[in-house]
Design a protein around this ligand. Structure first.
Ligand code: 13P
Length: 340
């Protein structure tokens, strides 16, 4: 099998003016999101919410792909069209989260390893039949006293690379997501040091596993101060440090980098992306693959009530549009309060 399909799907995922909607919250995570609006997480409530997002008018103008969770890939719109087919007809590429979440890494207190490699080839075959053309695997690296260990970085990078090679074997574009968490009290400099080490190892493992770089997408964290750090870096510093770090480690053969939002406010995540794209010519497309930054406002506006459906769609459309502007550096602070 050649790589032509992988390359054309990857190019579509990072097409100009567009980015990815991460709607792949696991049953546990979506319950946490629904708890915030006082909504019970039933299968129908989850289906209804995903329908709200996917049927938002004009979403295909700023969204190139959607990451599903297993359950969602098997669900349909209220008129009976499988979500993957519905989006495919709009030119939005359906994708699927295939990792099985993080587990404690034995022998390494407070560190995790992402599980899900056993049986992955067979699951990918089924997902391809269900319409998925890309996949996502999230590795998590936490920063704290004495962590991350070198061992945890290597183990997680190795699993990411095995996953990516299996995806490409099945003609599915892997989103490779090594997330350095922003939860701690660390500085931007510490985040940069850890992100440097993680990306260096990830690309070494991808090379060792013979992953075709032109047929993958990297989904990294931005280089940013920890949420609890008293010294919060300025947006321009985040943009500069992130691009500096990526340039050191991400080969130009990789078509695109799609950031996670990681708990940044929607306005911060959008501004950071915009500043990076305003920095001039970069070797790769820089875009978004946001979960919370695209969905937070939509969830609150919807509130789990039929009467909030249109308002929920409006809020999602607004943040998708603002991030589309950030794709070429045109989002400016404050635009979110003017936009409808
Ligand atoms: P956030 O943008 O909310 O971090 O989610 C992106 C994602 O897919 C995490 O795996």
């Amino acid at each position: 099998m050649g790589f032509a399909d992988l390359e054309s799907v990857a190019a579509a995922m990072v097409a100009a003016g567009k980015g990815i909607l991460a709607a792949d919250e696991s049953s546990g995570t979506i319950k946490k999101r629904f708890d915030k609006i006082g909504l019970e997480s039933t299968e129908e409530a989850r289906r209804n919410y995903r329908e709200l997002l996917f049927t938002t008018p004009a979403m295909a103008q700023s969204i190139s792909g959607v990451i599903f969770y297993d359950e969602t890939l098997r669900q349909k719109t209220s008129s009976g069209v499988p979500f993957a087919d519905y989006l495919g007809k709009l030119g939005v590429v359906p994708g699927i989260k295939v990792d099985m979440g993080t587990k404690a890494l034995a022998g390494f207190p407070s560190e995790t390893i992402t599980e899900g490699l056993d049986g992955l080839r067979e699951r990918l075959m089924e997902y391809y039949k269900l319409g998925a053309r890309f996949a996502k695997w999230r590795a998590v690296i936490d920063i704290g006293a004495g962590i991350p260990s070198r061992f945890a970085i290597v183990a997680n990078a190795h699993a990411l690379a095995r996953y990516a090679a299996l995806c490409q074997e099945q003609n599915i574009v892997p989103i490779v997501e090594p997330e350095v968490l922003m939860d701690g009290g660390h500085t931007l400099e510490r985040c940069e040091e850890v992100t440097d080490a993680v990306l260096a190892e990830v690309f070494q493992q991808l090379d060792g596993h013979r992953v075709h770089l032109e047929g993958m997408i990297l989904k990294p964290n931005m280089v940013i101060s920890g949420k609890k750090c008293p010294q919060q870096a300025k947006p321009e510093q985040v943009a500069e440090a992130t691009v500096r770090c990526l340039k050191r480690h991400v080969p130009g053969a990789v078509p695109g980098i799609a950031f996670l939002s990681g708990g940044q406010s929607p306005a911060d995540a959008t501004l950071h992306l915009s500043l990076m794209n305003a920095m001039g010519k970069l070797p790769w497309q820089l875009t978004f693959s946001y979960g919370r930054a695209l969905q937070d406002a939509a969830l609150s506006a919807w509130g789990g009530k039929p009467a909030g459906f249109a308002a929920g769609q409006g809020a999602f459309a607004k943040w998708a549009r603002l991030n589309s502007l950030a794709r070429d550096g045109r989002f400016k602070p404050g635009m979110e309060s003017q936009a409808a």
